[in-house]
Each structure stands twice: as C-alpha cells, then as structure tokens.
Design a protein around this ligand. Structure first.
Ligand code: AMP
Length: 397
C-alpha cells in the first residue's frame, strides 16, 4: 500500500509518498510560495538529483496537481499513475474537543476542521485547502485526518482545564489541547517498543525539543499531561516563543507600549524565546552554544533559561506519574544537542538517572543513552511525523 502524506501550510505544502510494505520513503518534496509570485516545487527521490519545477501555483489545487505530475514523471516519478496511490494522510492542526483520534475524512469531519479555524487560524484553513485539493485531484481516494491535538485529548480535566470561569470552557472550549501530538504519539509508542517495556503501565516522558518545543507525559501510550496549551505558545521557552508567562505581562506591555493584544501575541510567538533572551543573537541552538562558549553572557542566559524550564517540566511529570520508565529526546535539539541533553539529565541524579557519556554522543539516531544501572532508561528517538500519519492512514483506510 502506498500512502501520500500531506502537510499543507498557508503558502507551502510538504509531501511524502511512503510505501507501507517496508515504510520506505519513495519521494518527498515541498511546494513553496503557493499563492505568491515565484512558486516552486522541489521534488526529491532517493538516489536522484532534486527535480525543481518553477510554475505558478495560485492555490493548493495547482500545487497538488504539480505534486502528482512529479510523482508520475517518466524520469523523476516513482509511480506509473496516481492510481497507485492508495490513500492520503493529512496533518491537521486542530480537531477541537471533538476528535480524540485520527479519522477518515467526510463532510462532517471537514465541517469540524472549519469550525476550528479560530482555534488554529494559521493552520486549519490551509489544512482544509490541502484536503479539498486532494479530493479534487484524486476523487474516490480515502483521505485521513491526523490531528496534532488528538494525543492531548486523553488528559483528565484536572490536567486540561484552565482555572478560569467555567463559561469560557462551556462557550469556547478554552482548555489545554497540546500540540506536536503526532510526534509525541509516535515517539512514546516507538520508545515503548524499542525499550521493550512490559505491556501495560509504561510511563514515558517525551521531550520534543526543536524550534518549537514541548514535553509530554504518557502512561501506556496515552497522554496524561503535555506542556503546550490552547495554542503552541504555552509551556517551554522555544526558539522564538516565550512559553509560560504571567498574563499580566501582556496587559502591562500593551498599555505601556500602546500596542494591541494581536501585536503582543506576534511578539510572544515570533520575537521572544531564546532569540529574545540572547539579545536577538539567534534562535538556533548551534549559534547560541558557540556564542556562549565564546563568553557571550546573553547566549548563556538563553540556554540556561531554556534548560531550567525543561528540567522543571520533566521533574513535574516525574512527580505526576510517580516516576517514569523511560525518557525520550526528539526534535532538532533533542536528537542532536548532546551537551544540552547531558546538562538537562544531570539534574535527575536524585532520581537515579545515569547517562553514558559515550552513548550520549549520538546524533539523529535511535540509541539508549543511559547506563544499564540507570533507574530510568533514557533514549534518543528521532521523530517521524510523516510515518506516524501514514500508519494512521493505513489503519483507517
Ligand atoms: P526542529 O524544529 O525540530 O527542526 O529543530 C530545529 C532546531 O534544532 C534548530 O533551530 C537548532 O536550534 C537545533 N539543532 C539542530 N541541529 C543541532 C545540533 N547539531 N546541535 C544543536 N542544536 C541543533
């Protein structure tokens, strides 16, 4: 079975064609500048040079048409015709409080995705455009929606409710949803398998640390807590997002700087995080680490503040689950930044975590990095959201 995985953004569309016989990626690519002058498709097939098409893509419809053309191209294609694509899996940001897991798309599902536009204003409209473009280009194929919020739907009310008047939950379903759910689901499940944890009550903490960062706690693959909230702004300090802060800060800055709440939210999403703490040096941890090593105090502050929040969150989840069987690191930082991993894990010697310094040198590959006598096993486990979406698509098609 071949599954096309689509991640549609407002002006971009990423895709992968995965052969589920052996879960190999046959082709992948990116459409950029959809709806903007200078649209471009870059199509990658393992073992071949990139195939670049510069053609107008006024909407996602043209983008999908070009993707299909590339997939069946005599030279750069990987299938003889679109009929060989058995189903399409879509990354959808927000399923609101309605969808607790992935679902085969029909008109009712599209209605809910539309109703969640105000919860995911940047992503849900684009996700729906991607779905409708695929329905148009490949009529009759099974389309599956995999929601980034679904993993967080297993939280108990005491973990997902904000302590604000009930009417806001009743009227608008204001609650903690959690994001990166597909990644957390994939990594927690793969950690359980890779570590061969005994069936049942497997307590896993997944640290997805990248430009966007979040941590989840799960038992038996079901989330019990997660650090992002109504939006991806809550929780850890990220590349350019502030993470948690006193809401009064918003009012104070809006009043004193005479800016709107919308402007303030843009600042909190795009101009904050380690970028801000480093004095606008960089949101990239490689730059920050080398600047800190050269004595840059602001870069050091940014890294220290990031680590402090990660440590507090892991510690909180250890308390919530009365310990953990495994901790997994994923995302660009989690998979590659050995020094950050080591400095985070040093805080958990009280919990009996012991790291093997040699094994912790691993980058971007699955590995157990704790010592055999560590009380909690620690892993590096690269995330693969596309594969997670493809697996869900197979399950539901
Ligand atoms: P992601 O959003 O998961 O793609 O992660 C991107 C971030 O990972 C980048 O902004 C970097 O901060 C970080 N990153 C990637 N590679 C490395 C590396 N080798 N060492 C430290 N940080 C890295």
């Amino acid at each position: 079975m071949k599954v096309l995985v689509i991640n549609a953004g407002s002006s971009s569309l990423k895709y992968q064609l995965i052969d589920m016989e052996d879960e190999s990626v046959k082709a992948k690519g990116l459409c950029e500048r959809i709806g903007i002058e200078g649209s471009k498709l870059t199509h990658k097939v393992p073992g071949k040079e990139d195939y670049v098409v510069e053609e107008a893509m006024p909407s996602h419809n043209e983008a999908i048409d070009l993707v299909l053309k590339a997939l069946i191209d005599p030279e750069y294609g990987v299938v003889a015709s679109a009929d060989e694509i058995d189903a399409v899996g879509h990354r959808v940001l927000h399923g609101g409080a309605v969808y607790t897991e992935s679902i085969k798309i029909n008109d009712d599902v599209k209605k809910v995705i539309r109703e969640c536009f105000d919860l995911g204003p940047l992503h849900n409209p684009a996700n729906l455009m991607g779905i409708e473009a695929c329905e148009k280009a490949m009529p009759g194929k099974s389309n599956v929606a995999v929601f980034d919020t679904a993993f967080g739907m297993s939280l108990e009310p005491y973990a997902y409710r904000y302590a604000i008047p009930e009417e806001y939950y009743d009227k608008y379903k204001i609650r903690r949803y959690g994001f990166h759910g597909t990644s957390h689901m994939f990594v927690s499940g793969e950690t359980i398998r890779y570590a061969n944890l005994p069936e049942g009550h497997q307590r896993v903490i997944v640290c997805h640390l990248g430009n966007g960062s979040s941590i989840s706690a799960s038992i038996g693959g079901k989330a019990v807590d997660t650090s992002m909230g109504l939006t991806p702004l809550e929780g850890l300090i990220m590349g350019t997002r502030s993470g948690d802060l006193d809401p009064a800060v918003v009012q104070f800055i809006c009043d004193h700087e005479n800016i709107s709440v919308d402007e303030m939210l843009t600042i909190l999403n795009k101009k904050s995080g380690v970028l801000a703490l480093s004095g606008n040096l960089s949101s990239d941890f490689r730059d920050l680490a080398s600047a800190a090593a050269d004595g840059n105090e602001k870069a050091k502050l940014a890294l220290d503040a990031f680590r402090h929040k990660v440590v507090k969150t892991i510690g909180g989840y250890l308390a919530v689950m009365d310990g953990a069987d495994a901790i997994a690191f994923t995302g660009g930082i989690g998979e590659n930044d050995c020094a950050m991993r080591e400095s985070i894990l040093k805080h958990f010697s009280y919990a009996g975590i012991k790291i093997d310094e040699e094994k912790n040198k691993v980058r971007g590959e699955r590995a157990e990095i704790s010592t055999p006598d560590s009380a909690i096993r620690v892993f590096v486990l690269p995330t693969n959201e596309e594969l997670a979406i493809a697996r869900e698509t197979v399950r539901l098609s």
